[in-house]
Design a protein around this ligand. Structure first.
Ligand code: 0X9
Ligand code: ZN
Ligand code: ZN
Length: 305
């Protein structure tokens, strides 16, 4: 069976997506939202108790950046925890009765595959364009939020290349289209990266404070406190621009400006000892503590519907 305490290949994750959906038909449905540059299907798992009326939803994605392997590991962990604690954990049961969580387990599938086969430190997509020998754009610089104005590069060979235009990357376009289509039901956007132990919220493309800054900050601090309660792991919360660095074209800022108020970027463990090469022994503790933060945010969203 699927090993949640190891980093899994895309082949394993793809098989897992199918088997999770078929083994839990009352709680999980799947939907293909697009195709990657190299032709792989992007499939979301919608988790929640089936209802006759339309339910509000939380969108959760992992693996925007290829080398951040702990991130897809978290999405797999989340889906498993959701189905295995529904009906026994009161918080999870209420959450999935009232809302759906739409999970994209690996956003940048082509990049993720490339980190397994060619270059463990690859970050970007794997798109090619006539006229440039450099491959890929940074999907988290490719959203239409102050696109390419700060903290991004217009050089196709840079690791933070913003792409030829906003949403030039088919993976970004697929996610943006899906969120636009489901704009009225999506109440929170959560995106998981590594590393640095941060809980970021808008804005990153400007130093201006978000309209809902105080609420976003207090929810982030509550989530960080919940996370810390398990193993003492310390997270710093704040707007991206001042907490990490100014950088335009991110998914969090784009979702927020679209009207998804609760928009957060997690930067998971660690603070640099292992960095992107986080040992598999840390998958379980990292995922367990992060679950507490995600559930805290979800409970806040639910309370404020
Ligand atoms: O630079 C990024 O895209 C993220 N950090 S990472 O080390 N995982 O690459 C931070 C994203 C913060 N949000 C925005 N810049 N919008
Ligand atoms: Zn990242
Ligand atoms: Zn657990």
């Amino acid at each position: 069976s699927h090993n949640y305490m190891k980093y899994n290949t895309w082949e394993k994750i793809e098989a897992w997506i199918s088997s999770m959906a078929s083994a839990n038909p009352s709680l999980i449905s799947k939907q293909v939202i697009g195709t990657t540059f190299e032709g792989r299907s992007m499939t979301v798992l919608k988790i929640g108790k089936k209802s006759s009326s339309t339910k509000p939803a939380i969108f959760l994605d992992c693996g925007i950046h290829a080398r951040e392997w702990i991130s897809p590991a978290f999405c797999q962990w989340f889906v498993n925890e959701a189905v295995s604690t529904y009906g026994s954990d009161a918080e999870m049961t209420t959450l999935l009765d009232q809302m759906d969580v739409i999970v994209l387990p690996v956003f940048n599938i082509d990049g993720y595959v490339y980190t397994w086969t060619n270059n463990r430190m690859w970050r970007k997509t794997r798109s090619r364009r006539p006229g440039s020998s450099c491959v890929g754009a940074d999907p988290n610089r490719n959203f239409d939020a102050g696109w390419c104005t700060t903290g991004a590069s217009s050089n196709p060979c840079s690791d933070t290349y913003c792409g030829s235009k906003a949403e030039s990357e088919v993976e970004v376009k697929a996610v943006a289209d899906f969120i636009r289509q489901n704009r009225s039901i999506i109440k929170a956007y959560l995106t998981v990266h590594s590393y640095s132990q941060l809980l970021l919220f808008p804005y990153s493309y400007t130093y201006q404070l978000a309209e809902h800054h105080s609420e976003l900050m207090s929810v982030a601090e509550g989530a960080a406190k919940a996370l810390r309660s398990l193993y003492g792991t310390r997270y710093t919360s704040g707007p991206g621009a001042t907490t990490i660095y100014p950088a335009a074209g991110g998914s969090d800022d784009w979702a927020y400006d679209l009207g998804v108020k609760y928009s957060y970027t997690f930067e998971l463990r660690d603070t640099g000892r292992y960095g992107f090469l986080l040992p598999e022994s840390q998958i379980k503790p990292t995922c367990e503590e992060t679950m507490l933060a995600v559930k805290y945010i979800a409970a806040h969203v639910l309370k404020n519907l």
